[in-house]
Design a protein around this ligand. Sequence first.
Ligand SMILES: Cc1ncc(COP(=O)(O)O)c(C=O)c1O
Length: 394
Amino acid sequence: MIYADNAATTKMSGAAANAMTACMQDTWGNPSSLYSLGQRAKEALEDARERIAACIGASPKEITFTSGGSEADNQAIRSAAQLGARKGKRHIISTAFEHHAVLHTLKRLEGEGFEVELLPVGALGTVTAQQVSEAIREDTALVTIMYANNEIGSVLPVSEIGAVCRERGVIFHTDAVQAAGHLPIDVRAQNIDLLSLSAHKFHGPKGIGALYARQGVPLTNLIEGGAQERGKRAGTENVPAIAGMAAALEESCSHMAENAARVSALRDKLIFGLSRIPRSALNGDPVNRLPGNVNFCFEGIEGESLLLLLDDRGICASSGSACTSGSLDPSHVLLSIGRPHEVAHGSLRLSLCEENTEADIDAILKAVPEIVTYLRNMSPLWKDKVSGKRAFVL
Ligand SMILES: Cc1ncc(COP(=O)(O)O)c(C=O)c1O
């Protein structure tokens, strides 16, 4: 099997699995219990918090554990919105191609009287700090802009955006779910107030994440109950998953530069090979791009058919975000960069990690052109295009 869907989820690392097993077998007490078994679990929890904080330049008390990236996004945005509303600020700036965890939360807030402004992301799928600066108003409560896009891999100028927000006194949240463990993060140097993480995108377990909130930025509870996480997130902490997350993030961060060099070389070989397919186009920023992301549109095919035929050859890929697969709507990300509906349906995302090999890339580069040709030969739409009855789009 060739796994090329690391943006959907990653295989758990040995270090993460070992840390989890140790916790489940030895440190399985409730961290709120006073006897020593509980206190050992509490130590494991706080040790993980310290290590995760260190990986992003935060202090441990600025880290709140959540059930994943979605919850962290929800809590970050709701917290900043409430804080703004108390000061009469109800304007929120974001982008058109955020993850649904952000966009759907913003939709809810619109229903609650907030005004949401989604900045256009242009053909390359990015925004500039200048765009953000021009959009900020007196009543802006929050800027929420992702660090890197999960579908097309564009890496956004987060440091510049952070600087603008800090200068103008506006809270800045970034969804760093696709960036953490792959790109350097320093919340202080980058002027980030709120940041979302999810362990399963960097070889940690699923169902665990964290929200960094700069000291002084109060969090609103989404889950009421006990006083865990300094009263900001009720529920007995999932200590094994948290320990696994810390081990995975530390490992990813300590090998970041060498992994990025290796993976981006594989990515560039894949991009070069796929761009030779006629009527194909790379999606996303060719330069400021996640090391492992390859995303193409192929005119005249259905992404789903391509995925099924790749699966027959043992290749795991995606045609958009995992959350939207199963829906027939074209990806909002591809529409946001101006791809027409018809072309957006023919997209393929291959997301690599350091475990992929040259042989994987060669196999993908053999399979994709063959399958694209096969599907096009069966497509009446493609035949109309070739005969000139319909125009090509790409
Ligand atoms: C950019 C981004 N944000 C948020 C999420 C949601 O994270 P989780 O699956 O941990 O809830 C994802 C997951 O695909 C993502 O890619």
